[in-house]
Design a protein around this ligand. Structure first.
Ligand SMILES: *[C@@H]1O[C@H](CO)[C@@H](O)[C@H](O)[C@H]1NC(C)=O
Ligand SMILES: *[C@@H]1O[C@H](CO)[C@@H](O)[C@H](O)[C@H]1NC(C)=O
Length: 316
């Protein structure tokens, strides 16, 4: 077994999150570091640096951002820890350092997530005339490319049910009819169907990738179902009944107003963020992220335990 340890060192691309892993003597996988790619759901501090380059407004360095866990704003778009932070903690690892706000040592992993990042290059949106989507921060990478660089343990999250997101609900408010809403949840049906469709195509693509790379562990991380569970049964999770209302915002039916940013003087923040699912718009509170992270951690643990690569090493 000891002679096999070097070949067991693998990288887990979790979420868009890569983790270097190795087997311990007991046969359990242990991760040494996480490499993460993503957007504001996973940005742990790149935003303030990257937005300053382009003189883009950024409010995340003002209270109440960070109030629940860090006690001060960190660049995260939440009151506390993100899914990535909770997963790192769950795997016994330190917080993943944001690469722009860090000394440049990537030995402990690195976080390349930037708020507003897109998976596809800006040209894709430009060519199709999709307004507002021409991100300055395309990820400009692919799982194929990361796997060529040695990623072996990969977690890829699906889409959140964006038909429940307060910014979407606000922009359709007064324009959508009763039939456009799911009567049970108050979410926009077609937008959620689009997210589900995206997720099923993504899972097909991951299936194909698994057959091309049989020695890699590729985990699909469900972002849709855990958020729907919280929207459907807010009380079970300690949330207020008006679960689609944001904690920190600028008034209106969902307390969300695009022109009144959380952190600004005109915004109001709730007393207890742990009683809200949505923090400042599409982003969740730490309390919301925790339920999602718990599910992803159990997917990571069960997939990697059952993975053929791991079993082969166990037999060795
Ligand atoms: C993406 O990366 C490639 C190099 O890998 C580079 O040539 C290209 O300009 C990049 N595209 C963008 C939009 O940054
Ligand atoms: C958002 O805030 C602006 C500025 O205070 C206001 O003019 C506008 O009516 C608000 N929009 C909504 C939907 O509440």
């Amino acid at each position: 077994m000891g002679s096999c340890l070097p070949c067991a060192a693998t990288s887990l691309l979790l979420l868009q999150l890569a983790v270097l892993a190795s087997l311990s003597a007991a046969g359990h996988r242990r991760y040494h570091s996480i490499f993460n790619f993503g957007d504001s759901f996973a940005d742990t501090g790149n935003k303030p640096v990257a937005y300053a380059w382009y003189s883009l407004p950024s409010n995340v360095m003002r209270p109440p951002y960070g109030e629940t866990f860090f006690g001060h704003p960190t660049g995260r778009s939440s009151d506390g820890r993100l899914i990535l932070d909770l997963i790192a903690a769950g795997l016994g690892l330190p917080f993943v350092p944001p690469y722009l706000a860090h000394g440049g040592s990537f030995g402990g992993g690195a976080n390349f997530a930037v708020a507003g990042a897109t998976a596809l290059d800006a040209g894709f949106f430009h060519d199709r005339d999709i307004p507002g989507a021409g991100s300055k921060f395309p990820l400009n990478t692919s799982l194929d490319r990361l796997m060529k660089h040695g990623a072996k343990s990969i977690v890829v999250p699906g889409m959140i049910p964006s038909g429940c997101s307060p910014p979407a609900l606000t922009s359709f408010y007064g324009r959508a009819g009763p039939a456009d809403y799911d009567a049970r949840t108050g979410c926009l049906r077609e937008i959620n169907e689009l997210a589900s469709h995206h997720n099923s195509l993504l899972q097909d693509a991951l299936h194909e990738l698994r057959s091309k790379h049989p020695d890699a562990a590729i985990v699909y991380a469900d972002f849709f179902r855990p958020v729907m569970e919280m929207v459907e049964s807010p009380r079970r999770f300690g949330f207020r009944e008006d679960v689609l209302t944001v904690c920190c915002g600028g008034g209106g039916p969902y307390n969300f107003n695009e022109s009144v940013a959380c952190g600004g003087a005109a915004a109001t923040a709730c007393e207890d963020p742990s009683a809200s699912l949505y923090f400042d718009g599409a982003h969740l509170t730490e309390a919301g992220y925790r339920h999602v992270a718990d599910g992803w951690l159990s997917s990571i643990n069960s997939c990697l335990c059952a993975h053929p690569h791991t079993m082969k090493l166990r037999r060795a």
